[in-house]
Design a protein around this ligand. Structure first.
Ligand code: NG6
Ligand code: CA
Length: 505
C-alpha cells in the first residue's frame, strides 16, 4: 500500500512538472526583432553574391539562420510595403502610395495591426526608424503631440524619421513629439508653398554637399536639399551622418529596457535610402562609393543589435527577421555616382528590375530569419510575402485572428521557421503594374496605353509596362527575358483570373 502511495506521489510530481514545462514552453514567447532595411536589393548582401562591399554581420546572421531566396516585399515601393507589413492587407485596397512628409496617417486606427496583435499576446512594442506611413489627421502641428501616429496603431514606443531622409521635416520624433524642439522656433512644413525658412536648393546650390534632381531641390538642412519646404526647428534638425548611430542607440535602449519581457521591435533603418551620406567611419568601406558605404553602415547597425542581444543573454530567445521594403535603385535623384561606381556588383542579383518595377528585383528581397533556439540554419526557396508575417506571427504567439484582421495575410509560420518549404501557391507583386507568381510562372497584367512617366525614365527604371500579357518561366528564365505568354494562353487566362479575384476581393 505504502509503495503504491509512493508511486502515485512520484507519478503526480512528474506529471505536474511535465505539464508545467509544457505550459512554460508555450508561454515562453520569443522576442521579435524585425530589421527593415530601406531599398536594399537581393544581391546587396555578401551571402547573395555582393561584389564590392562586405556584409559580415548580416552574413553571420544568415549563417545561423535561414536565407530565403524567394521572399517578397508586398510592393516595390516603401509606403505600400510598410502598410501591408503592418496591416496584413494589400496596399492597393487602401490606395497606399508613396506619401509626402506631411501626409496624414494612412492606417485606419480601428484596424487591428501587427503591433496591436502582438500587444494582445503580451508583447511590448516599439518602432525605431523610418515611418513613412503618415502622421496626424491631415493638418499636422509639428510643435505639439502629433497624433494619430504609431501609438494609435499599436506601438508602445516610437522613435521616428517621420517620412524619409529626403523629405522634410528633417527632425526625429520620440513618442510623437519632435526631439529637441525649442518652442520659440516652431516648425512649419509645406509640400507646395515655399516657406520663409531654410535656403532652397534651386537658389543656393553652393550650399549643397551632394547635387540632386529638381524634385529634391526644396529646403536645405545639413547641406542637403530635400523634397518639400520647412521653416523653424533649427535645434531639432538631424545630422544625416549621425542617423545610423542615433537609431541604433535607440534600438539598443529599447531592447535593454524591455529585456525581461517579450518585446517586438520594428527596427526600420534609414539606410540604404538616399541621400546616401555615410558617416566618416564608413566612407570608403566599400569599393562602390556612397551606396556601397551605406550598405557597410547598415551591416554595422545590424551587428550592434546582434551584439546587444548576445550581451544581454537573450539572443537564443529572439526571433530576428531581416529584410527590405523594396528593390534596389542606383539613381533615385541624388548625384552619388552609384551607377558609375557599381562595377560588376548586381544590386538585384540575377533578377531583372529595381525599385518601382514589377519585375522580380522590385519585390524579391534579401530575407533572413534567425532564432537560434528553434530555427535550423539553411536556405529556403519557399515563396513568401511580407504580407504574411502578420498571420504567421499571430499563429506563433497563439493569437486568434478574426475575419477582418489581416485579410490578405496567410499563416505560413512553418515556412518562415524553415520547418517546411511550402510557401504560397500564388503571390501578388504590387508595383505600378500588377504581377502574379504561381509555381514557376510569373505573370504581368497588361497595361493598355501606359506610358512610362518621365521621372522613371530619368532613373533608368523599367516598370514592366506592356499592353500585352507577359508570362515568364522563372525556372528556365529567372531574369524574365523571354515572354512566353503566346505559348500558354490557358495559363495566362488562369493567372489573370486569379489576379482578378484578388483585385476584386
Ligand atoms: C519618390 C522620390 C524618390 C524617393 C521615393 C521614396 C521623386 C522623383 N522621387 O517619389 O526620390 O524619395 O519617392 O522612396 O520625387 S521610398 O523608398 O520611400 O519608397
Ligand atoms: Ca524604400
Amino acid at each position: 500500500m505504502k509503495i503504491l502511495n509512493m508511486f502515485n506521489y512520484v507519478f503526480t510530481i512528474v506529471l505536474t512538472l511535465t505539464i508545467f514545462d509544457q505550459v512554460n514552453a508555450q508561454e515562453k514567447k520569443p522576442n521579435i526583432v524585425l530589421i527593415y532595411v530601406d531599398d536594399l536589393g537581393y544581391g546587396d548582401l555578401g551571402i547573395n553574391g555582393a561584389i564590392g562591399v562586405k556584409t559580415p554581420n548580416v552574413d553571420k546572421l544568415a549563417a545561423n539562420g535561414i536565407n530565403f531566396t524567394d521572399a517578397h516585399a508586398a510592393a516595390a515601393t516603401c509606403t505600400p510595403s510598410r502598410y501591408s507589413l503592418l496591416t496584413g492587407q494589400y496596399a492597393f485596397r487602401n490606395k497606399a502610395a508613396i506619401i509626402d512628409g506631411d501626409a496624414p496617417l494612412i492606417i485606419d486606427t480601428e484596424m487591428r495591426t501587427l503591433p496591436d496583435m502582438l500587444k494582445d499576446a503580451g508583447y511590448t512594442t516599439g518602432v525605431v526608424g523610418k515611418w513613412h506611413l503618415g502622421l496626424g489627421d491631415g493638418n499636422v502641428n509639428w510643435n505639439d503631440v502629433v497624433k494619430p501616429g504609431p501609438k494609435e496603431v499599436g506601438f508602445d514606443y516610437s522613435f521616428l524619421i517621420p517620412a524619409t531622409g529626403d523629405r522634410v521635416p528633417t527632425v526625429f520624433m520620440e513618442n510623437q513629439k519632435v526631439v529637441g524642439l525649442e518652442p520659440a522656433d516652431p516648425i512649419k512644413v509645406s509640400y507646395n508653398l515655399q516657406l520663409d525658412g531654410y535656403p532652397i536648393g534651386t537658389e543656393r546650390p553652393e550650399l549643397l554637399k551632394q547635387h540632386t534632381d529638381s524634385q529634391h531641390l526644396g529646403s536645405i538642412t545639413n547641406g542637403i536639399s530635400r523634397i518639400g519646404y520647412m521653416s523653424g526647428g533649427q535645434s531639432a534638425l538631424w545630422v544625416d551622418e549621425k542617423i545610423p548611430f542615433v537609431l541604433t542607440e535607440k534600438a539598443k535602449d529599447f531592447i535593454e529596457v524591455n529585456k525581461a519581457n517579450p518585446f517586438f521591435l520594428f527596427f526600420s533603418l534609414h539606410d540604404i535610402h538616399q541621400p546616401r551620406i555615410a558617416n566618416v567611419k564608413f566612407v570608403e568601406a566599400s569599393q562602390m562609393g556612397p551606396r556601397g558605404d551605406v550598405i557597410a553602415q547598415m551591416d554595422w547597425c545590424v551587428g550592434e543589435v546582434m551584439k546587444k542581444l548576445l550581451d544581454l543573454g537573450i539572443s537564443e530567445d529572439t526571433l530576428i527577421i531581416f529584410t527590405s521594403d523594396n528593390g534596389p535603385i542606383l539613381d533615385d535623384g541624388y548625384l552619388d555616382y552609384a551607377r558609375e561606381l557599381v562595377g560588376a556588383h548586381k544590386p538585384g542579383g540575377i533578377y531583372k528590375g529595381s525599385k518601382y518595377s514589377v519585375f522580380e528585383a522590385g519585390t524579391r528581397m534579401p530575407t533572413i530569419v534567425s532564432w537560434p533556439k528553434i530555427v535550423k540554419p539553411g536556405t529556403s526557396n519557399a515563396l513568401l510575402s511580407q504580407v504574411d508575417i502578420y498571420a504567421s506571427l499571430a499563429s506563433l504567439v497563439g493569437v486568434k485572428l478574426s475575419k477582418v484582421d489581416a485579410p490578405d495575410s496567410q499563416n505560413l509560420i512553418d515556412a518562415w521557421l524553415g520547418k517546411s518549404t511550402k510557401g504560397r501557391t500564388i503571390l501578388l507583386e504590387e508595383a505600378y503594374a500588377f504581377g502574379l507568381r504561381m509555381g514557376n510562372y510569373k505573370y504581368i497584367m497588361p497595361k493598355v496605353n501606359a506610358t512610362i512617366p518621365e521621372w522613371l525614365i530619368k532613373k533608368f527604371v523599367d516598370p514592366g509596362f506592356s499592353s500585352k500579357a507577359q508570362l515568364f518561366d522563372l525556372k528556365a528564365d529567372p531574369s524574365e527575358e523571354y515572354n512566353i505568354a503566346h505559348l500558354h494562353p490557358d495559363l495566362v487566362n488562369k493567372m489573370q483570373k486569379e489576379l482578378n479575384s484578388i483585385l476584386a476581393g
